[in-house]
Design a binder for this molecule. Structure first.
Ligand code: HEM
Ligand code: HEM
Length: 287
């Protein structure tokens, strides 16, 4: 468990940066243009086409938009499968992600106009709300992809993840040595700090960067140096350990922020598909 998270942490960040490099600008924003085109056509049609007594999901126009919306959602959901197969070229992952983002945004227009704004407390509106939740989380996702990688590399200060881990291990070895002459109580404080796995952190700790149970900080505040050379050395090493932990934790925090939205985006997609099935089934059932 602990070793897995440590290996995750040490994964190369370059790959991640490259994956998301300018998928927004892919092919001079081809998919932005296509998505805008679709949205404008749908909007114009909505205002030009007369539907009696008023626009709703049950008119021919409503059915058309609903069907397009459903097909689009199914296709957007397939990105998860597509992501795991790497290929280059016309339908590279970048092209696919670019289309995903812009067509996903076009769903705001398609899905909302399909409803004719007849929203209420029912399973139909649940589908609409889930669709909006998926879209909003997606917008958060691309905003963090645009800003966090830079903050990650600033925090890294030229160090690779592996080097951060090694630096911590080197401090730990020195601390272990320096703690040998300490009396029992003090040694216990240091041992507790050393035994605490730096990479075992819950989601809340990762996201907030707050570690209330941090035994290194506890050791720092409880260890009372008597001014002797040995004690001062332990003190300094504890300070260095804390600083190294802080850097690693900032890195884990940024990584967590970079990933957390997918914990909304993906489950909400699954809920959306379930709600849509219920919507379509209930619509045909009461037809
Ligand atoms: C983008 C996906 C879709 C979303 C977000 C969505 C959402 C909604 C909402 C919120 C309404 C208004 C419900 C009401 O009048 O209280 C509605 C109505 C309707 N939808 Fe959808 N829908 C989608 C796809 C579909 C599909 C694929 C179909 C048909 C195959 C469909 C058929 C209908 C029908 C017939 C109505 C009218 C129901 C009525 O007036 O009682 N919808 N939809
Ligand atoms: C209802 C519409 C949408 C659905 C159903 C949907 C669904 C999905 C699914 C299933 C994935 C695969 C996640 C994975 O397996 O890791 C995904 C990825 C992604 N979605 Fe969406 N999405 C929608 C709209 C959007 C929108 C509007 C945006 C941005 C504005 C967006 C941005 C992204 C990005 C950037 C990824 C790639 C994540 C990565 O590679 O790390 N999505 N989406």
């Amino acid at each position: 468990m602990a070793s897995t998270s440590k290996r995750d942490f040490a994964l190369d960040e370059q790959r991640r940066d490259a994956d998301h490099e300018s998928f927004l600008a892919h092919r001079r924003m081809r998919w932005l243009k296509i998505a805008l085109g679709i949205s404008v056509i749908v909007l114009l049609a909505y205002f030009l086409i007369d539907v009696e007594p008023r626009h709703n999901g049950g008119s021919w126009f409503g059915y058309t938009l609903g069907t397009i919306g459903l097909l689009l959602i199914v296709w957007l959901s397939l990105l998860g499968i597509r992501k795991r197969k790497m290929t280059e070229g016309r339908w590279s992952l970048k092209a696919w992600t670019s289309a995903h983002v812009y067509l996903g945004l076009a769903l705001v227009v398609i899905g909302t106009l399909h409803t004719g704004f007849q929203l209420g407390w029912n399973v139909h509106t649940l589908a609409w709300a889930l669709m909006m939740l998926v879209i909003v989380s997606g917008i958060y996702g691309i905003s963090v992809y645009a800003t966090l990688p830079e903050r990650l590399s600033t925090n890294r200060r030229e160090m690779t993840r592996g080097q951060m881990v090694e630096a911590l291990e080197a401090i730990d070895r020195q601390l272990d040595n320096a703690a040998q002459p300490l009396d029992r109580d003090d040694a216990d404080l240091i041992i507790a700090a050393l035994e605490q796995d730096a990479f075992r952190a819950g989601m809340t700790a990762r996201l907030t960067g707050r570690y209330p149970g941090c035994k290194t900080r506890r050791a720092q505040s409880a260890f009372a140096s008597d001014g002797s050379e040995e004690h001062e050395r332990v003190n300094a090493l504890l300070g260095r350990r804390k600083a190294q932990l802080d850097q690693i934790r900032r890195q884990m925090r940024l990584r967590a922020l970079l990933e957390v939205w997918l914990y909304i985006h993906i489950p909400a997609t699954i809920a959306l598909i379930a709600a849509l099935i219920a919507h379509v089934v209930s619509v045909f059932y009461y037809w």
